[in-house]
Design a protein around this ligand. Structure first.
Ligand SMILES: C[S@@+](CC[C@H](N)C(=O)[O-])C[C@H]1O[C@@H](n2cnc3c(N)ncnc32)[C@H](O)[C@@H]1O
Length: 277
């Protein structure tokens, strides 16, 4: 898969050349190319930004250099690429979007700087994507994130293809707790079932813990889950465990209160005895 990144700071993309993604780039499974709008300027200062009409703080990216960079890259690739504008005003990036992007032969990510884009740049793109509800200095970190999340779904990039299937957000649920060696670390032991070698029991435990974690941490995702018969059974077990815990807490509180009352009675009686003597 080919990623075309339109950026004023191509050096930021160097960080993609490490780890599994670096290997995928070396092997040719993934290609990342930078296109600098500054190369498409016509004035002596190679200007890419200018003040907003109507006044206001900061500068905007001018339409000319960005749109010419896009046209030039489409011309060298022999056709239009899927153009994505990176902006905090876009649809929020998620795993489903990464999956959709990973099916494309190429993806063009357009990074803004300054106070953002001249509005006419928006007319030239297929969609607008945001990394989240916060404002970055530029689109490059968003581009790196999207390249990494998308490229790891390209067949062959991950050593073990199963990693991308059994993980958080792949099926709308969070991943179950995971452990590696040692079996006991500073007194905290790995759940026994994971050492049992019983694969069916382990799979059931993992599914239940994934449901527990999703329900506790992301009730929004949990509400959207398509539950099957086993899921419903596991959720009933979680409910029963939660109810048992509440009952145990209540019993502990009652015992505690009773012990406190008994202690108070004893100290009152001792005080009475002292005052009588
Ligand atoms: C300082 S921001 C401009 C924000 C712009 N004034 C606005 O309110 O929409 C500069 C550039 O950083 C990038 N950027 C900032 N926050 C982003 C986010 N949450 N997701 C994706 N890109 C972002 C965009 O490319 C943006 O054009």
């Amino acid at each position: 898969m080919r990623f075309e990144i339109v950026t004023l700071f191509p050096e930021i993309l160097e960080t993609l050349k490490v780890g599994l993604l670096g290997k995928a780039i070396e092997s040719g499974l993934v290609t990342v190319a930078a296109h600098n709008p500054r190369d498409y300027t016509t004035d002596r200062h190679r200007s890419v930004d200018d003040a907003p009409y109507g006044g206001g703080d900061g500068m905007l990216m001018m339409p000319g250099p960005v749109i010419e960079a896009l046209e030039a890259l489409d011309a060298t690739r022999g056709g239009p690429t899927h153009r994505v504008l990176l902006t905090p005003q876009g649809a929020r990036f998620d795993q489903a979007t990464a999956r959709r992007f990973a099916t494309l032969p190429s993806l063009t990510l357009i990074c803004g700087r300054y106070e953002g884009f001249d509005e006419r740049i928006r007319d030239e793109v297929h969609e607008e994507i945001s990394l989240g509800d916060f404002v970055l200095l530029g689109g490059e970190i968003a581009a790196l994130t999207i390249v990494e999340a998308t490229a790891r779904l390209v067949p062959g990039v991950l050593g073990n293809a199963g990693s991308a299937v059994e993980e958080s957000h792949s099926a709308g649920r969070l991943e179950y707790p995971q452990y590696t060696r040692p079996a006991v670390f500073r007194g905290r032991a790995v759940p026994e079932i994971l050492l049992s070698g019983n694969h069916a029991a382990i799979a059931r435990w993992r599914r239940k813990e994934s449901l527990r974690r999703t329900r506790t941490r992301r009730p929004d995702l949990f509400a959207e889950l398509q539950l099957d018969k086993l899921d419903r059974k596991l959720i009933a077990e979680l409910d029963a465990e939660a109810a048992a815990e509440v009952a145990a807490d209540a019993a502990r509180d009652t015992t505690h209160e009773a012990a406190n009352e008994a202690a108070e009675d004893t100290s009152d009686a001792t005080a009475d005895e002292r005052s009588e003597s």
